[in-house]
Design a binder for this molecule. Structure first.
Ligand code: IPE
Ligand code: IPE
Ligand code: MG
Ligand code: MG
Ligand code: MG
Length: 326
């Protein structure tokens, strides 16, 4: 059985040694670049932690490659997401479309998705149909979520429920699917596979709520992404939706004015909208909702039939995810 730290080292080394180079360089260099920038690598870690709940044999390539596939897939979504969000920085470095160009981010991203499928297909043959169904479902879910995310930028009547469904799709289904794929390859029961998925779905929502919070309130030097991009893009985050709900009188007028200001001084807009959030007490509401989803995730995990010490590792991992500063 590997500790979380050992699993993370394993993932790190295996990703570092992945053969992602080759010709044409303009296709493969950006792939090596983004993968070398690290990141938290939470999806493969969750996959392997989940696998270990049900299988005590040492992780071999037939689980390690699928775990890596999830990380490569995640990184592919980031290349395209950064184009869609016009984001300049990721992991404290220039995004691929800024360092190279948009076409590079599109095509290297496409190649990464195909690589991800190749790695996923290295799962044990008997689990292939089920693993591929999960992978296809989560991949399509991310696309659906990303489309809602963009649709919502220009809508001002988005509800909190619609927002929660959007983040479930764009973020949670990959986290939930990572846990489920680990459970499938680990040989878990139907019930436990479902519970791990529920755990991931809820922790994923808490994770994206935290991401949205950090986009406004994070420390740019630590977070590694530019602060305020969500405000500039009128992203319908929980923070903004709650502020639109609660604002009255001149505060409401001011918020509406900023939503219409799409080509002014970004810094000014970010500061003004953040002040409105503060005035309305929005950060505490976001924290409360995050805690709520964290509790839901714990209920699902509690019910999984597996060793309590191993489940404690997953629980600690989940705690770290929602307390994170990057
Ligand atoms: C960023 O994911 C995209 C979201 C779903 C919020 P991570 O926060 O896991 O990014 P890295 O991989 O650690 O950089
Ligand atoms: C991204 O949400 C989710 C996916 C990449 C699919 P965000 O757009 O908030 O992620 P960041 O903040 O750029 O990492
Ligand atoms: Mg983004
Ligand atoms: Mg986005
Ligand atoms: Mg974000």
């Amino acid at each position: 059985m590997y500790s979380l730290k050992e699993l993370q080292e394993l993932i790190h080394t295996r990703i570092e040694n992945l053969q992602t180079g080759g010709e044409p360089k303009a296709l493969y260099e950006p792939i090596q670049y983004v993968l070398s920038l690290g990141g938290k690598r939470i999806r493969p870690a969750l996959c392997l932690l989940s696998y270990q709940l049900f299988n005590s044999s040492e992780p071999d390539d037939s689980i390690i490659y699928p775990a890596i596939a999830l990380e490569v897939f995640h990184n592919f979504t980031l290349l395209h997401d950064d184009v869609m969000d016009d984001a300049d920085m990721r992991r404290s470095m220039p995004t691929v479309h800024k360092k190279w160009d948009t076409n590079t981010a599109i095509l290297s991203g496409d190649a990464m998705m195909i690589k991800a499928y190749q790695y996923m297909a290295m799962c044990p043959g008997k689990f292939m149909p089920e693993v591929m169904k999960e992978f296809n479902d989560l991949a399509l879910g991310v696309c659906e979520g990303q489309q809602y995310d963009m649709d919502f930028e220009t809508r001002n009547d988005v509800t909190v429920d619609e927002y929660l469904e959007m983040i479930r799709l764009k973020t949670s289904v990959l986290i939930a699917g990572s846990l489920k794929i680990g459970a499938v390859i680990g040989g878990a029961s139907e019930r436990d596979k479902g519970l791990l998925y529920d755990f991931g779905e809820n922790i994923g929502i808490a994770f994206q709520l935290r991401d949205d919070y950090l986009d406004t309130y994070g420390d740019p030097a630590v977070f590694g992404k530019n602060i305020g991009g969500d405000i500039v893009n009128n992203k319908k985050t929980f923070l903004l939706l709650k502020a639109m709900q609660k604002a009255q009188g001149h505060v409401k007028d001011e918020l509406e004015m900023w939503l219409k200001t799409t080509d002014g001084d970004d810094g000014k807009k970010i500061e003004a909208v953040r002040d409105i959030y503060d005035e309305l007490g929005i950060p505490a509401l976001s924290q409360a909702l995050m805690n709520d989803y964290f509790e839901r995730s714990m209920k699902a995990l509690d019910e999984v039939k597996a060793d309590d010490d191993l489940k404690a590792d997953l629980k600690q991992f989940a705690v770290n995810l929602i307390d994170r500063v990057k």
